[in-house]
Design a protein around this ligand. Structure first.
Ligand SMILES: Cc1ncc(COP(=O)(O)O)c(C=O)c1O
Length: 414
């Protein structure tokens, strides 16, 4: 069985081919991208240990992102479910309403340090695009966002925000017209423009350097959580469960990063993928349903594919989770058995949204609603001294239309 190394950051636990566990990740890229990727790798390796850069990052995390985000007890939900105590890390407090801002700010800073004026990125739910357009505006960069036309239609609120920030949206009408095609198109554009343009990948996916930068950025979430848990309990609780939705996996990695060395009996990681519509064969859950190893967007990973290796169609009510692959880091965590992965269906996520928003002053977007669905499922079976923390990593405003359509207009009035 594969093993995690204690005391070493998970992003650095790869071999000389940038493969985790000898099989996940790597740099499967065209020849033309080898040099820009090598340059970016060297620049980031320098910056991540540079005290001045860390100070700069922390300054913007505090004064622009709004770190630390809240850590709150969900009293009513805990009382209602009668089992474990449920808390939320309200990452949706962050400027722009989701965790994607951490990666976007770090990429914009790297872009400036590389002396480039143009920045591009992909988006599914629109948050990664919105945040990159915000960071670009903040740091005076010209920005293009690649987005599938299906996602543009269902996440209009975030599209409007991207344009308001002065960025251009490049509609991607190929394939499934979702995130997977947006990432491909963005990478294609980078191949011909890498001399002048920096590329941000919106999750812990893509060639190794993008996995690393993204996980290094979102790790801020678990740094804060560790402090907040110690303040609340005086120590890291003996029975702690950290539940997070998983699309590409950036939010979950950031939420778990600082707890990697704890025994899983003390700190359990639970990743919740998109189970898709009830009674449908379609989903976006490569880890839960044991998808085969394949290469997508420059990295080896478990990826939903047919018997000929063609990428399979996916379906999820949540644009942010609607992706056929998953971060090599999560593949590694699955094979080392450090994390457990499961699914919530569209309907379970909607029910979870309903319960949480009715009982608490919190409106998780459809992505974290998947994580809440798992918390709601397991909490009643657990003892009162078990602490569940759900990463409420996105705000539901972008999903208002979908939620109203499925649950009625009254739901929004709570
Ligand atoms: C709010 C929110 N949560 C979760 C995700 C899923 O991405 P990841 O797994 O990289 O956190 C997205 C993606 O757009 C998102 O917008």
């Amino acid at each position: 069985m594969l093993k995690l190394q204690k005391g070493k950051a998970i992003i650095d636990q790869h071999d000389k081919h940038y493969l985790y566990g000898g099989k996940f990740g790597g740099n499967f890229v065209p020849e033309t991208l080898k040099k820009p990727i090598e340059d970016l790798t060297q620049l980031f390796q320098k910056l991540r240990y540079d005290k001045k850069f860390i100070k700069e990052r922390d300054y913007y995390f505090k004064t622009y992102v709004g770190s630390p985000t809240r850590f709150i007890k969900l009293y009513n939900l805990s009382l209602h479910l009668e089992g474990a105590q449920i808390y939320a890390k309200v990452v949706s407090d962050a400027n722009g309403g989701a965790h994607k801002i951490y990666n976007a700010v770090v990429h914009a800073l790297i872009c400036k340090h590389a002396g480039k004026k143009y920045i591009i990125g992909d988006t599914g739910a629109g948050y990664a695009g919105k945040m990159l357009s915000m960071a670009a505006k903040k740091f005076g960069l010209k920005c293009k966002i690649f987005m599938g036309t299906k996602d543009m239609a269902r996440q209009k609120v975030n599209c409007d925000a991207i344009r308001k920030n002065g960025a251009e949206i490049v509609p991607v009408d190929s394939g499934s017209k979702t995130l997977v095609d947006a990432v491909s198109e963005c990478m294609r554009y980078w191949v011909s423009n890498c001399d002048t343009t920096h590329m941000c990948v919106g999750s812990t996916v893509g060639p190794n350097i993008f996995v690393k930068i993204c996980a290094w950025s979102t790790a801020q979430i678990s740094r804060e959580l560790k402090v907040q848990l110690k303040e609340e309990f005086g120590e890291i609780p003996k029975k702690l469960k950290l539940i997070n939705c998983v699309g590409g996996g950036s939010s979950a990695i950031g939420f778990w990063n600082e707890f990697m060395d704890y025994d899983k009996k003390q700190v359990e990681f639970i990743g919740v993928e998109a189970g898709g519509p009830k009674n449908s064969k379609l989903h976006a859950a490569p880890l839960t349903y044991n998808a085969k190893l394949g290469v997508l967007h420059g990295a080896a990973q478990y990826v939903l594919q047919d018997k000929d290796g063609q990428i399979s169609e996916t379906s999820s009510i949540s644009a942010g989770l609607d992706y056929p692959g998953v971060s090599p880091l999560h593949c590694f965590l699955k094979d080392t058995k450090r994390a457990r992965y499961t699914v919530a269906t569209d309907e379970q996520a909607l029910e979870a949204f309903k319960l949480v928003s009715q009982l608490e002053n919190l409106r998780p977007s459809l992505e974290p609603s998947h994580a809440f669905a798992e918390a709601i499922k397991i909490a009643p079976k657990l003892s009162n001294d078990t602490v569940i923390v759900v990463d409420s990593c996105g705000d539901a405003l972008k999903d208002k239309k979908i939620i109203e359509k499925r649950l009625g207009k009254l739901i929004w009035q709570h």
